[in-house]
Design a protein around this ligand. Structure first.
Ligand SMILES: Nc1ncnc2c1ncn2[C@@H]1O[C@H](COP(=O)(O)OP(=O)(O)OP(=O)(O)O)[C@@H](O)[C@H]1O
Ligand SMILES: [Mg+2]
Length: 394
């Protein structure tokens, strides 16, 4: 684990660099040790995967070891799965990886064969790294191992192997688009023995609610919800100042509020701009005294970030049709769109009909590019504040 304190973006955050979420971590670890089930959800880039993979999983395993039990973390990511075969493959790979990490290979191939009745464990050698790994196929040569079968074997870990498993399924909502998968997953989850802890993660609240929240949803009432909140402004400021101090910089309250509000309190966007601030203003030699970051510095850092990344934003937008890009730009300019069918909004996207606009907004919402806020101030807005800035300026 990295001990260096820095502003991380574009990858998972290690425990040392994860700001906040101690309360959520504690609740998850304690719950998982007791075999509970959770649904963790929140906006894109709010630290869900980092929290669960890099903090909760490690603490869970350490706690199990302290209790003289063998923990096993099975991490599967459903991002972009398109059919049942993808789902089967993802869970099978997650299961075999977890097994390899938990048991010495010899043990896996030998005495633990009982977990694999009906399956054929096989070893392979990676010619580049020289590492051996093991895989699973159906013993009768009948193709893919169905994910329901893997789930049953995860359930058997407790009774047959004295193992305490924690099953993590990331981007769980992508299952919704695979015909029949939700019902099969519900049966598999409901058949898991009570000691098996499960964490489901997702960033698309409107789809998750179709799976978990509505009264007629396939998994209505399953698990405890944990919503990842915005990091409190003062908590992020002191996190930022711990890192700025290493570069002769200080973020005062007004600049901090400006930065956080401008970037919608999205942690990844804030980290990106803070890293830029260090590049632009930090360590001007000799660092005689600490330099205070101004709101102008923040504005310059945002602009400089957008300029440096403009090709990437353009490439990203090229993946959308011209009508979709038009709607994206109009949402960015408006900030919050209360009603996409309203005359007001349609006037900003000439050539696009009301029904066309609704269709586009729905697609953008399904892609988690646009979010719908339902609380006190309802409406649609762009999930990525830096993409919104880019669309407004360029
Ligand atoms: N609590 C945090 N402390 C520091 N950085 C954070 C935090 N939460 C999120 N980030 C930033 O967000 C980025 C993405 O983190 P992560 O992948 O864990 O989020 P996520 O919620 O799982 O995102 P997604 O919805 O895309 O899966 C990190 O690289 C980091 O820049
Ligand atoms: Mg994630």
């Amino acid at each position: 684990m990295s001990t260096q304190k820095s502003f991380i973006y574009g990858s998972l955050v290690d425990e040392n660099n994860l700001c906040n979420f101690e309360r959520e971590a504690e609740r998850l670890v304690n719950g998982c040790l007791g075999g509970k089930r959770f649904v963790v959800f929140g906006r894109r880039n709010f630290g869900k995967t980092s929290l669960v993979r890099n903090v909760v999983a490690g603490r869970f395993l350490a706690e199990e070891t302290k209790r003289k039990r063998k923990g096993m973390v099975i991490y599967a990511n459903f991002l972009g799965i398109a059919d049942k075969a993808d789902l089967n493959r993802e869970l099978r790979i997650a299961f075999t990886k977890a097994f390899s990490a938990c048991f010495p290979l010899k043990e896996v191939m030998g005495s633990l064969g009982r977990f694999f009745t009906g399956l054929r464990p096989n070893m392979s050698l990676d010619p580049l790294t020289g590492e051996t790994s093991f895989g699973l196929t159906l013993a009768d040569g009948g193709g893919e191992v169905p994910f329901e079968d893997i789930m049953t074997r995860i359930g058997n870990l407790t009774s047959q192997g004295g193992v305490c498993p924690l099953l993590i399924m990331d981007e769980f909502q992508d299952l919704h688009f695979i015909s029949g998968a939700e019902a099969k997953m519900r049966d598999a989850l409901e058949s898991l023995p009570s000691g098996v802890a499960v964490i489901v993660l997702g960033s698309k609240k409107h789809i998750l609610s179709k799976i978990f929240a509505r009264p007629d949803a396939p998994l209505a009432g399953w698990g405890e919800d944990i919503e990842m909140p915005c990091i409190e402004k003062e908590v992020y400021r002191s996190y930022a100042n711990e890192r700025f101090a290493l570069h002769g910089l200080y973020l005062p309250a007004d600049s901090s509020t400006f930065l956080q509000e401008r970037l919608d309190q999205v942690p990844e966007a804030m980290n990106m701009v803070c890293a830029r601030l260090i590049d632009l203003c930090g360590n001007i030699p000799p660092p005689k005294k600490v330099r205070s970051i101004t709101t102008d510095d923040v504005g310059v850092a945002i602009l400089s970030w957008l300029e440096a990344r403009s090709d990437r934003y353009r490439e990203y937008l090229a993946g959308y049709t011209s009508h979709e890009s038009k709607v994206l730009a109009a949402v960015a300019r408006k900030g919050l769109v209360k009603s996409p069918q309203s005359k007001d909004f349609l006037l900003t996207i000439p050539g696009i009909s009301s029904s066309g606009c609704i269709k586009i907004i729905k697609k953008l919402e399904d892609h988690a590019v646009v979010y719908r806020e339902s609380g006190d101030n309802p409406g649609y807005f762009l999930a990525d504040p830096l993409l919104a800035e880019f669309l407004r300026r360029f």
